[in-house]
Design a protein around this ligand. Sequence first.
Ligand SMILES: [Ca+2]
Length: 309
Amino acid sequence: MVKNKVAVIIDTDLGADCDDVGTLVLALQLEKHGFCDIKAVGYCTTNIYGVQCVDIFRSFYGGKFPIGMYYGKKVECNEDQHIFDIDLVDHYKDLIKETNYIEAYKLYRKVLAEAEDDSIIFITIGELTNAANLVSSLPDEISPLSGQELFAKKVKYSCVMGGLINDNHPITAFNNNEAFPEYNIVCAIEDAQKFVKISAKPIYFLDFYVGADVFTGKKVIEHDEHSPMKFAYLKYANGPSRSWDLLAVYYAITKRLYRSVGPGVMHIDDNGFTTFTKDQDGHHYYLRPIKSNEEITKEIDEALVGNIL
Ligand SMILES: [Ca+2]
């Protein structure tokens, strides 16, 4: 089949949950099979073990992308929760190649400045710290354009894992339909608000409901004995785990498994709650599945071991 190879930036908070680990492996498999070029991976909290894990996965799977780091104020929430990242760094420390990571939003500015117009797919699977820094950055030695201008010129669309949208879809039976602020948003509310407000390009939101009940990683755990992914998944979940971030990256790159609902406007209030209002003039969308959880699980599990249709 003819593939439409796309260029992506992936912004992650690997460490708080192991789905970021699966996501990196999935993205590297998609790159290996010609679906994408990973132009950069940025780390969006100040957790040094998390960014070192990114370094380890890049080495283990032969990735070539540059790695960026967030150097802002400490992000609230679970930065001090280290279920697998410290152990993983210790176990695979020989695969760490760098000691000084470039500041992530600067790295993103460089990638965008060098890219063709409307070519970059910007994917966030963590807090929107780097994303906010990027779109609010000023002209510098990298580009005479502001971050807002660079983003509008070079990004094709964004995919954000974040938010909680209650639309009475059957999958929203989670948590008795009680609304709650989603983690990636509530950990850095002002940054999320800033990014969503300033970005002029389409944003596809993969909200909490999508992926919460999709458990992936089984094939890697069973067949990839020495993989750091297996190490992380067994430490974190003792088996397959929830798949928010994997599905965001898979959709962003392949446009498979989900349909987009919209256009509209995603509103983030000051407590981190999200509401979506349909609006023909909006450029936000959210995602709902077009396949069963079983079919989605199988497609992702196969892709994680390199079997990609
Ligand atoms: Ca994440």
